[in-house]
Design a protein. Structure first.
Length: 207
């Protein structure tokens, strides 16, 4: 099960579809195209900002699990917290535009709609990671490694935030090559910078 499926099961994709007035299938397709870039942004943030512990602290500063609750709630989703998350993981608005343009080319969904999806998805991912990270290093069912280890290339059931990002960050449980399954899938030119590839074949990630 990939992260888009997990967010759909939690009700996040349906909430986003209602928010934007699009069919759930379109929201799901957009999420699947955008989530690798969002996860890549969190990967880059963790690599340059204190690792898993630093990322966990950042998630708390941005709103923690409340970010996901805001999307799932009955009230309209406040977009500003999502834009703050994007600002942290992408560093510049033109990166968000490049991510949306790239996903538009993959899906046929308009870049404008995808740009509207980005902050909502960023809130869902950040909130979900914060909630799972708060579980600590649980094993077995409920551990984050069990939930999305396949999507991220981590094979363990360590749970917690470390279990989620271990494969992406090249930490414990990652498959060979240091990037894990997701990193290998995203790193199209083999330079070790998957997000650089996602946001545009020619552009460089700022900051």
């Amino acid at each position: 099960m990939n992260l888009a499926d997990i967010l759909a099961q939690a009700g996040g994709i349906e909430s986003m579809a209602k928010e934007l007035g699009v069919p759930p299938g379109v929201a799901q397709q957009g999420a699947e195209a955008l989530l690798p870039a969002i996860l890549g942004g969190f990967k880059k943030q963790a690599q340059g900002g204190g690792g898993i512990e630093g990322l966990g602290a950042l998630l708390g500063q941005l709103g923690g699990g409340r970010l996901l609750d805001s999307v799932l709630g009955s009230q309209p989703t406040p977009i500003e917290p999502g834009n703050e998350v994007l600002g942290q993981i992408f560093g510049a608005k033109d990166v968000s535009r490049s991510v949306a343009d790239h996903a538009a080319g993959q899906t046929g969904i308009s870049a404008g709609l995808l740009k509207q999806m980005l902050p909502i998805l960023a809130m869902m991912v950040a909130g979900y990671m914060a909630k799972q990270g708060g579980q600590g290093q649980q094993g077995g069912s409920g551990g984050l490694g069990d939930l999305i280890g396949g999507a991220l290339g981590g094979g363990g059931s360590s749970g917690g935030l470390g279990g989620m990002l271990g494969g992406v960050l090249g930490g414990a449980g990652a498959s060979g090559g240091g990037l894990g399954g997701l990193g290998k899938m995203l790193d199209m030119d083999g330079d070790g910078n998957p997000l650089d590839d996602i946001i545009g074949m020619a552009g460089k990630l700022r900051g």
